[in-house]
Unconditional design. Structure first.
Length: 239
């Protein structure tokens, strides 16, 4: 009887763990942008047609600082639209070269495995729009997307502008709109977002800011901060 109760208890613990690790999902609507692509036009379309999602999973208690971070996401078959909303105490934007270490600045990130085949793209944006983008199956196996493609094809508008700056402290609220074309997914030929089901996660970090922080949308269960963990991605259901 005692053995049966022990086995039952272990099963309950395992079921609780599985439930606790349940992946989040987002239904990504298809939208139409009126007139031309701009910060204002995209913002209006996103705010009228999408839900606000939070990046607020705090796994690593040794880094307790938690800025307020939200995002919206939508698509129009060949373009992916993102808008981030951030409120934080320190902002930093030292990196201006594509594929530089933007995660050390005030940074938001979007990792996506578009075809659910184990290979993902890590889009990382500092708060003035400098972009780091690579592709592969894990942290140690990344292939950079060429800087000229990043700079010519991805469109970014930040309310903090485009000029680099040293850290500023206070209370800052900034927003960023990002337009990612399907053509930038150079290892996923013929990609269309329509009806696509993808694995993804969204993050906020700032390794060189006065208050280090590591937040995620879908929970990441690792001993130390590590965003390159596709096994902890959530699901995007593109309409």
């Amino acid at each position: 009887m005692i053995k049966f109760k022990l086995i039952s208890f272990i099963i309950l613990i395992l079921l609780w763990s599985c439930s606790d690790m349940k992946s989040q999902s987002i239904d990504v609507p298809k939208i139409s942008i009126k007139n031309f692509l701009s910060y204002e036009n995209i913002s209006i379309a996103l705010e009228e047609n999408t839900l606000l999602n939070k990046i607020n999973w705090l796994e690593w208690k040794e880094f307790p600082y938690q800025p307020e971070v939200n995002f919206r996401i939508a698509h129009d078959d060949s373009l992916l639209f993102l808008k981030y909303y951030i409120k934080e105490e320190h902002i930093l934007a030292q990196r201006t070269d594509s594929n530089s270490a933007v995660h050390r600045d005030s940074c938001v990130e979007f990792f996506i495995d578009p075809l659910q085949n184990g290979n993902y793209y890590n889009f990382e944006f500092n708060c003035i729009g400098t972009t780091h983008l690579a592709y592969g199956p894990g942290r140690g196996k990344r292939t950079f997307i060429p800087p000229e493609l990043i700079e010519n094809e991805i469109k970014i508008w930040s309310t903090l502008g485009e000029e680099s700056f040293e850290e500023k402290s206070g209370i800052f609220e900034w927003e960023m709109v990002v337009v990612i074309p399907s053509s930038i997914f150079t290892y996923s030929d013929g990609l269309s977002f329509s009806k696509l089901v993808s694995n993804a996660n969204f993050y906020k970090c700032g390794d060189d800011t006065s208050k280090l922080h590591y937040l995620s949308w879908n929970q990441v269960k690792t001993p130390k901060p590590d965003f390159h963990r596709p096994e902890h991605f959530g699901i995007l259901n593109f309409q």
